[in-house]
Design a protein around this ligand. Sequence first.
Ligand code: SF4
Ligand code: SF4
Ligand code: SF4
Length: 349
Amino acid sequence: MSAKFERFISTRVKKDVEEEEKPRIAIYWCASCGGCEIAFLEIAERILDLAEKIEIVFCPCIMDIKYHDVWDMPDDYIDITLFNGAIRNDEHLEMAYLLRDKSKILVAYGSCAAKGCIPALANFNSKKEIFDYVYKESPSTVNPEGITPQPIVEVPEGELELPAFWDCVKTLDQIVQVDYYVPGCPPAQKTTNELVDVILSGKLPKHGSYIGSATKSVCDDCPRERKEKKIKKIKRPHLSEIDPEVCLLDQGFLCCGPATRGGCGAQCPSVNMPCIGCYGPLDGIEDQGAKMLGVIASVLDYEDEEDIKKAMEDIVDPAGYLYKFSMSKSLLFKNRHEKFKADKERLRV
Ligand code: SF4
Ligand code: SF4
Ligand code: SF4
């Protein structure tokens, strides 16, 4: 447990709630689609209750505030920062350090901040491959001079600076210490409500834990009837009839429920769609994709290797499907982390 975090528990939240001082909250995004900000509004009328009891001191999505305003805050000025989005460039890195210094509690809110999520699918390609495709080769691009974004560009008026684009996407806790995690892409209403309960009550769970999620898998919340899973063919939901009562995996649909942390209330299977794994792996599982591969291997009803290979060919983009939400934390990606320590050191000094 960090010293900063211990100080927070012993003083600030308890004191604020008892004396009705308002905890200061920041909400910030980095490599993000913006969905997590919208998801926060899903608490509906509770937002009014929250607005009375907290003070939002930094949230560029809803207020006109500049980075220098945050630099001017004393360290630990913000009680809780909800940080969504992954870390993809130098600006994100700088904001992760800045908000860590200014916040007593830093929460990785949503799958991008916690696991890399959709932005981290880019980790299958290098920066060069991404730039070559986006700025030179894509069918809609006209760029005869092959110009790509540069961190520093000289123009007659002076020097223009862009945040340097990294070779990979990282999670918030691969940059700074994170106190809590909130899973989901985006977090479900139920999950965000549990986070709001924590903010308003000041009753903090164990440091480093996931708020608003379960210790069991999505299957634990799923109302569908389960039998022994043995399938001959992997099917796609938009191309097949779906029995609304029976486990989707039993029917041959690639439901990632068994390899995914619960807490959303099995939202997707409840509306006839397989879980695609957005709450990330359960505690103790290092690699969500490998866990799900194990599940697939156990349900495919074939002995012969060629039959298994043929059945697996029905999974469109298997790496993209199985690592859609957890690429930055996967074993697949692990060996690339060392390369990026230099970025971290450079902006820290
Ligand atoms: S977790 Fe999902 S909803 Fe939230 S910012 Fe990332 S991609 Fe968007
Ligand atoms: S595999 Fe999917 S459909 Fe089956 S019980 Fe688990 S969550 Fe429900
Ligand atoms: S069912 Fe799976 S994909 Fe759907 S919200 Fe829950 S964890 Fe995310």
